[in-house]
Design a binder for this molecule. Structure first.
Ligand code: LER
Ligand code: MN
Length: 274
């Protein structure tokens, strides 16, 4: 069976460098579909600020599955996080993630859609004890996983490299966190760019994460489109599918030389690898 491919589209302006597509939704969704992608991963900072009916209409018109909704811009643009020392910021972050559940559930999806927990987990601010931050994180994840469950939605925390956060950088820490959160609908999103920095072996870590891999991001070692760097995608994808992973492989890379060219090169390269 052919691998299912999606690509990140930011629904609102953002500073995040690896939001591959950004800007006019209609044009970008048409372009993503015409390049041959099966789905689109929607980065939504605040669902209340997006025309959801229109977004849903457009994704369906282009027959694009929405396997995952990204939330990192709530951190990037507004500073919301599960581990901020200010309880009102933590509460706002939790409420924001909870309000993504009915949103993620309304789009076309082939499997339970995923809400991505990226940098909204926080980075452990100066003066905050790491153990305390972990406790806040676990509490927040329990509450959000429970709230997402009735919608049939799963949460996927992304181990993110050490230059972006001090909380959960690798798969081993992610699996530990899963144990502590103790919710069936809580798992991991693995991203080859971060893994290349943090994991001793991408393939071993993929095998270790196994059925807890709920979503998968691809970018090459330089965070350009797969094929532009030195990662061995044939081997990485073989390991991923050997775990039984049946979800989407989602392109999240810098728009180099531009979003369309990068997306086109990525799909050609990845299709040739499986
Ligand atoms: C988001 O998916 C990601 O990979 C992070 O680098 C966000 O900063
Ligand atoms: Mn990512």
């Amino acid at each position: 069976m052919q691998m299912k491919l999606s690509i990140v589209l930011s629904t609102q302006p953002a500073q995040f460098q690896a939001a591959t597509f950004m800007g006019d939704l209609e044009t970008n969704l048409a372009r993503i579909a015409s390049l041959g992608y099966d789905g689109v991963e929607l980065a939504i900072r605040d669902p209340r600020l997006v025309e959801l009916d229109e977004l849903e209409r457009l994704t369906r018109r282009h027959n694009l599955v929405v396997p995952a909704v990204g939330t990192g811009q709530a951190w990037g643009e507004e500073g919301l996080s599960f581990t901020d020392p200010d309880p009102s910021v933590r509460r706002a972050a939790i409420e924001r993630i909870k309000c993504h559940a009915p949103v993620a559930a309304r789009f076309k999806a082939e499997r339970p859609a995923v809400i991505i927990i990226g940098l909204v987990r926080g980075i452990v601010k100066p003066g905050v004890d790491h153990t305390q931050a972990m406790d806040w994180l676990i509490e927040a994840l329990r509450e959000c996983s429970l709230a997402a469950e009735p919608f049939g939605i799963r949460l996927a925390l992304e181990p993110i490299n050490r230059y972006e956060t001090t909380l959960i950088n690798n798969v081993a820490q992610g699996l530990d966190l899963i144990e502590r959160v103790g919710a069936d609908n809580f798992g991991l999103l693995l991203d080859t760019f971060h893994m290349n920095i943090e994991e001793p072996s991408l393939e071993d870590s993929i095998r270790r994460a196994g059925e807890r891999i709920f979503h998968f991001h691809v970018a090459d070692s330089n965070r350009w489109y797969p094929g532009a760097g030195h990662l061995d995608f044939k081997s990485v994808l073989k390991a991923l599918f050997a775990t039984g992973y049946a979800g989407f492989v989602s392109g999240e890379f810098m728009p180099v030389p531009d979003a369309t060219t990068g997306a086109q090169k990525a799909i050609e390269y990845l299709r040739a690898k499986t």
